[in-house]
Design a protein around this ligand. Structure first.
Ligand SMILES: [Zn+2]
Length: 100
């Protein structure tokens, strides 16, 4: 794997409150998205990790579907890049600020 895919985002990321509210939908019943993703991020601990680190056995299973749990902190605050969320620290931090 080459390093070309490493994002070198230098511009200041700003996210609208609306986007951040909407993005919260992405952390429920999201295990199918996680499986389609390369990277996932947790907006509780603000860490970015490989989607493969998310353990299906630890998912929360309810009537809406399987919800991924962060492999780092165990909180169900995981967003998947397959859902179109930017996997950057800035985005996760912005989410954290809104939700925690
Ligand atoms: Zn976490």
């Amino acid at each position: 794997m080459s390093d070309d895919t490493v994002s070198r985002e230098t511009k200041t990321a700003t996210f609208s409150r609306k986007m951040l509210w909407k993005a919260h939908d992405g952390c429920t019943a999201n295990y199918p998205s996680v499986r389609r993703s390369r990277k996932c991020g947790c907006f509780y601990c603000c860490q970015i990790f490989d989607a493969s680190e998310v353990n299906e056995d630890e998912c929360i299973d309810d009537e809406e579907g399987e919800t991924a749990v962060c492999p780092r902190c165990g909180i169900d605050s995981v967003l998947a890049d397959a859902d179109g969320y930017p996997m950057t620290k800035e985005f996760l931090q912005a989410m954290h600020d809104v939700w925690f």
